[in-house]
Design a binder for this molecule. Structure first.
Ligand SMILES: [Zn+2]
Length: 221
């Protein structure tokens, strides 16, 4: 059975939520596929499938039989990568989660251990979910088994380590006022964080593929 009108609209609204929260950061060329979501284009991009059909397809795609791929997965094998959603078991956040995988920068996707990838993907999924549906009882992160709770927590720890433990000077440095008119002259007023500004580092790694930050995350993980 092809995508239903309801499934198409779920997909479109997930794209909207993703872009409204993180559109500014996304640099993956895959993002262009999300510009035109007319029915015909959308149906090439995403397939909602019944459980049996979905599992057969996942098997053919060689995906590991664990974790989030039970609910949905991204297939990067083709010129146009494709998203598959298990319509029998998908939760409200599954489409958002898979869309995040879809626009993850290649540098990040190919370099980091898969559980770090899942942890960060879950981290952004929850940010989006909390912003748009703060009280959604269907949210799949309430189902611990499917939602990488351990990896999610480790990403939180990783952020804290970078911000507070690894670069403690960054916190203090960020609080210092910048003298108006002097900050543009690097010789007189160098970067007040002394290169230690860790704001947005997860987004820079995940969406922009900043290798320095990706390596740092892999080291800490
Ligand atoms: Zn995943």
């Amino acid at each position: 059975m092809s995508n239903t009108p309801l499934e198409r609209s779920i997909f479109r609204s997930a794209v909207q939520m993703l872009r409204s929260r993180y559109g500014f950061w996304i640099t993956s060329p895959n993002n262009a596929y999300l510009n035109d979501l007319q029915d015909a284009k959308l149906d090439v991009l995403v397939s909602f499938m019944n459980h049996r059909e979905f599992m057969t397809n996942r098997h053919l795609s060689g995906k590991p039989e664990s974790g989030c791929t039970v609910l949905g997965f991204c297939d990067y094998l083709y010129a146009t990568p494709k998203i598959y959603i298990n319509r029998t078991h998908a939760k409200s956040t599954t489409v958002v989660h898979e869309l995040l995988h879809f626009v993850t920068h290649d540098n990040f996707r190919k370099k980091v251990p898969s559980l770090l990838n899942e942890g960060v993907t879950e981290y952004f999924t929850r940010k989006i979910q909390t912003k748009f549906h703060p009280t959604d009882e269907m949210a799949d992160f309430k189902d611990d088994r499917q939602s990488y709770p351990d990896e999610y927590r480790r990403v939180g720890t990783l952020r804290t380590m970078v911000k507070v433990v690894l670069r403690p000077e960054a916190l203090e440095a960020r609080k210092q006022p910048i003298e108006i008119g002097r900050q543009r002259h690097r010789e007189f007023m160098p970067d007040p964080t002394r290169g230690a500004n860790t704001r947005h580092f997860v987004k820079k790694a995940y969406f922009e593929g900043d290798m320095r930050l990706i390596d740092m995350m892999c080291d800490i993980w």
